[in-house]
Design a protein around this ligand. Structure first.
Ligand SMILES: Nc1nc2c(c(=O)[nH]1)N[C@@H](CN(C=O)c1ccc(C(=O)N[C@@H](CCC(=O)O)C(=O)O)cc1)CN2
Length: 286
């Protein structure tokens, strides 16, 4: 196992496989389609959306872009989603988060057809994950699981500590690790003695959104560290939730920021879209 888990390289390898699947689908008459919806001008969201569009182009997926003004009402957004749910060219619908404060995020996510919910955020898909029969799995946690698989890290019987309990990363990751027979602990802002919890972990997954909060001397010797944090410090610098320099000498493997989990998020969105297109092509119900 490489000490630095290269998310860019794993993502590139997976995207090649996805592009091959798209070629096969197109030859049989199905063009995978993703609708990308952005409301407002949030600069980070604009960057992520354009990365998603570019990734679609590179893999041959049709992307339909809907860039809406910050004044868009909740009713207008719901009407667009309704139209996309019924659009036969669209296999996946992505609404970039966060949404402006006047729009109810849960209402919007619940309006997306579970069959086109390639972000895996709809309560139906959350329920499928909880019951161990996933349909669409959320992209960042799914990307983490793929990185562990590609790096040969087996979770069965391991102590996994997930730091962070968000609906889109921490909670689904805990369920995915549990499905691989890990012993999972979820830590959060009220956890007593976080360093002590982290010290027990064979695998630490950091998803708290606090720059370099987890220090090297908190880690067990030989631990595997997956850093989901993408924190902007100053104008240009990006850092994770783990202090990389102090962690590196102690770990057996670690993901960098940037170039770790981030590239996998978009790759899993492409993957989910193509899986959805394969279902459409086969006429299978879900
Ligand atoms: N509808 C969704 N909204 C959001 C999601 C999501 O999965 N679905 N996740 C995040 C943002 N996100 C994708 O949307 C995302 C975050 C980071 C990266 C990434 O590649 N990061 C790079 C650094 C890029 C940079 O320079 O800023 C890295 O870590 O190497 C991709 C996608 C919130 N919203």
């Amino acid at each position: 196992m490489e000490k630095i888990i290269d998310g860019k390289a794993i993502a590139a390898q997976m995207r090649q496989g996805i592009a091959e699947d798209v070629t096969v689908l197109k030859a049989a008459g199905t063009i995978p389609g993703l609708a990308v919806v952005l409301v407002g001008e949030d600069p980070a969201s604009r960057v992520y959306v354009s990365m998603k569009e570019k990734a679609c182009e590179q893999t041959g997926i049709f992307s339909a872009e809907h860039k809406l003004s910050v004044e868009t009402t909740e009713a207008e957004l719901l009407a667009l989603i309704d139209a996309l749910n019924g659009d036969g060219r669209i296999d996946g619908i992505l609404v970039q988060l966060p949404l402006p404060a006047h729009i109810d995020e849960s209402k919007v996510l619940e309006a997306i057809s579970p069959k086109k919910d390639v972000d895996g955020f709809h309560p139906y898909n959350v329920g499928r994950l909880v019951t161990g029969k996933p349909l669409f799995q959320p992209c960042t946690p799914y990307g983490v699981m793929k990185m562990l698989e590609y790096s040969g890290v087996k979770l069965s019987g391991k102590n996994v500590v997930v730091v962070g309990r968000s609906n889109i990363v921490g909670k689904p990751l805990a369920l995915m690790c549990l499905a691989q027979n890990a012993t999972v602990t979820i830590c959060h802002s009220r956890t007593v003695d976080l360093p002590d919890q982290v010290r027990r972990a064979d695998v630490v997954i950091a998803a708290i959104g606090r720059p370099e909060m987890i220090k090297g001397d908190w880690l067990k010797e030989g631990a595997v560290v997956i850093d989901v944090g993408v924190n902007r410090v100053g104008e240009k610098k990006l850092v994770g939730d783990v202090e990389f320099a102090s962690a590196l000498p102690r770990v057996s493997a670690i993901t960098p920021v940037p170039g770790g989990v981030g590239p996998m998020t978009i790759t899993m969105l492409l993957y989910n879209t193509v899986e959805s297109a394969k279902r459409r092509a086969s006429g299978k119900s879900v």
